[in-house]
Design a protein around this ligand. Structure first.
Ligand SMILES: [Zn+2]
Length: 198
């Protein structure tokens, strides 16, 4: 195979949920396209890679130079802070339009197996956020797994004793081991609406 094409296929094959066969089909489709899709894709990637950064406050990816769209939106300052594992969970919740508070992306879950420790989580500014943004409820929207529960208990242990804030978690309906993005909007809405206080 041509080394340039081979290199492209290898890059695509590293992407989540793409194997080398799917990567090959994508590369073929891009290279045979006459409408400039390959150039458009390359330009969009370069632009995003150069400008998109995590919001220092919540962790959402943004091209804003200070804080992100969510953190600047005053209508979201309703006292609710939803803790999620990653940005895909924010997208899932936004798509279902059931939550209109602020988000906090942890960037991972505590895991002995994966070697993820509290130092790896984006939690250093959590206490400041609760105070500065007058947070009254922290909603855990984490996977219903050992790692999700361990992380939840850890966050509660570092926040609970120092600040007057209530904790809640999504109601049953989130399948064991399930990720948020596997839930349909109806199930997610029920789980969110029926969340239980901890
Ligand atoms: Zn933000």
């Amino acid at each position: 195979m041509n080394p340039k094409i081979d290199r492209l296929i290898k890059q695509f094959a590293r992407l989540p949920r793409l194997g080398s066969r799917a990567a090959g089909r994508i590369v073929l489709s891009l290279l045979q396209d006459k409408s400039g899709r390959a150039e458009n894709l390359a330009n969009a990637l370069l632009d995003a890679a150069a400008t998109i950064r995590p919001c220092p406050t919540c962790g959402v990816l943004t091209d804003a130079t200070t804080t992100c769209e969510f953190c600047r939106d005053a209508s979201r300052a309703n006292g609710q802070l939803c803790l999620v594992r990653d940005l895909a969970d924010v997208w899932t919740l936004e798509k279902s339009a059931i939550f209109h508070g602020r988000y906090h992306i942890l960037g991972g879950l505590l895991s002995g197996v994966a070697g993820t420790t509290p130092d790896d989580l984006h939690i250093a500014n959590l206490s400041d956020r609760i105070r500065d943004e007058h947070i009254t409820e922290i909603i855990f929207a984490l996977p219903n797994t050992v790692e999700g529960k361990t992380t939840q208990h850890y966050v509660m242990s570092i926040i609970g004793t120092t600040q007057d804030v209530k904790f809640s978690e999504l109601a049953s309906g989130v399948p064991l081991g399930g990720d948020l993005d596997y839930l349909d909007d109806g199930t997610l809405s029920l789980a969110f609406g029926g969340r239980r206080e901890l």
